[in-house]
Design a protein around this ligand. Structure first.
Ligand SMILES: *Cc1c(COP(=O)(O)O)cnc(C)c1O
Ligand SMILES: [Zn+2]
Length: 405
């Protein structure tokens, strides 16, 4: 069955049939100014009336809310990552009901696989032979992996300064890597020009609405695994697509009648890259002129999906907070040593923000809370190593053990 949805422009509200448009609202995107978040991002609106009539309770993956049919999806398994109660960490924070959703366990090691998966399925359905993206690093390694599984070419624009492991991932999966001597935002522009000139399906985050649809599956899984909607979910924010997607996922669940509760969203950004935080707290958009944080995956000057991210925070009665690199690195070590989860810096920012909000009394420590861990720590060993003091090697003799007592 063809998926039952149409697109709605999140800027002007106009509706489009899904075979009419691919990326942004054609009208609103004409008014795009440089240095501003994307105008005309499309939202997939499902026909809940029809879907509710036909809803099969055995459809635990909520296939009826997927924009691309299962038969087009790549074979590489994506998602279905573990959710578990973080007892020791919860105790140390005085919390009662803290959970970790570990999306670092996706095939390429980040939540980005969910978006790459859906866009690659779209490419297979529409007959594209190549998929193009700009990335801070994880969308790159992710698209490379998923395209490898689907037998499609991936063309990938990344800042040359991205962590080496992420670039290695791109290369080892056989994708075409274009390192850009510049920022992520500049790589984004270049990838758009490439798509116009040489065709290919564009996976740029928020620009392709299926990135949001792919990422929303994490909300469905949290709901299923927890057996309820948590009070709040902590999300590290760069372009604001994960944040919007988590919100969209829970809204779809209310649409189909599985719950009537929305979780509060907690957005965490790095101090030097906090345009969504600024927009939410002041109502005004201001780019972050020099994003420079150890959390490379959330280092963004102009978040593409800032408008929708702001709306998600408002509608969910959410909170936003900025954290410093020091807080992020401390949270990274704490998460690793108290839960067994080694997260990359961006994925550790969530815990840094959560700690701050608990200590400041902004969050109820008794509430049920999910910490979304978005990427694996092995993707950037160099940064993690900065805070570590390696011991000197010992001689291979019994005597050496005396010093260890
Ligand atoms: C991309 C990414 C984020 C932020 O997601 P946005 O949709 O850009 O806000 C957070 N953590 C990790 C590990 C990521 O790769
Ligand atoms: Zn529009």
């Amino acid at each position: 069955m063809e998926p039952l949805f149409t697109y709605k422009c999140t800027t002007c509200g106009k509706s489009f049939e899904k075979d009419e448009v691919l990326y942004l609202c054609p009208e609103c995107s004409r008014n795009q100014e440089p240095g501003r978040p994307l105008e005309g991002v499309l939202e997939a609106i499902f026909d809940f009336r029809k879907l509710t009539m036909k809803f099969d309770p055995a459809d635990t993956d909520l296939e009826c809310l997927m924009p691309i049919e299962k038969k087009y999806r790549p074979v590489l398994p994506v998602g279905h990552t573990p959710l578990f109660k973080a007892g020791r960490l919860a105790d140390s924070l005085g919390m009662k009901d803290l959970w970790i959703k570990n999306d670092g366990q996706n095939p390429s090691g980040s939540l980005k696989d969910r978006a790459s998966f859906m866009v690659t399925a779209q490419a297979l359905k529409l007959g594209y032979d190549r998929v193009v993206t700009a990335s801070t690093g994880n969308a790159a390694s992710s698209l490379a992996a998923v395209c490898a599984s689907a037998g499609l070419s991936a063309i990938i624009f990344v800042p040359a300064s991205a962590p080496r492991a992420k670039l290695v991932q791109v290369m080892i999966h056989g994708a075409r890597l274009v390192p850009v001597n510049g920022t992520y935002d500049q790589a984004f522009s270049l990838s758009m020009e490439y798509t116009e000139k040489f065709k290919g399906l564009n996976r740029n985050t928020a620009f392709n609405p299926l990135t949001i649809e792919g990422k929303k599956t994490v909300a469905f899984e949290i709901f299923r695994q927890l057996g309820k909607v948590p009070d709040a979910i902590v999300v590290p924010v760069g372009d604001g697509v994960i944040l919007a997607a988590v919100h969209k996922g829970f809204k779809d669940l209310t649409g189909i009648g599985l719950t009537d509760k929305l979780p509060r969203l907690i957005a965490v950004q790095a101090e030097s890259s906090a345009a969504v935080h600024h927009l939410f707290t002041t109502g005004e958009f201001k780019a972050s002129p020099n994003p420079s944080t150890v959390a490379d995956s959330i280092s963004v000057s102009v978040p593409s999906n800032a408008w929708w991210a702001k709306r998600a925070l408002e509608e969910s009665k959410g909170l936003s907070i900025m954290v410093s690199d020091r807080q992020i690195l401390r949270a990274q070590a704490e998460l690793a040593s108290m839960t067994g989860v080694f997260a990359e810096p961006a994925a550790s920012a969530g815990l840094a923000g959560l700690k701050e909000l608990i200590f400041n009394g902004k969050l109820d420590p008794a509430s049920s809370l999910v910490l979304l861990v978005t990427g694996h720590g092995l993707k950037d060993v160099d940064t993690a190593e900065q805070g570590l003091d390696f011991p000197d090697p010992v001689e291979p003799e019994t005597k050496s053990l005396e010093a260890l007592i």
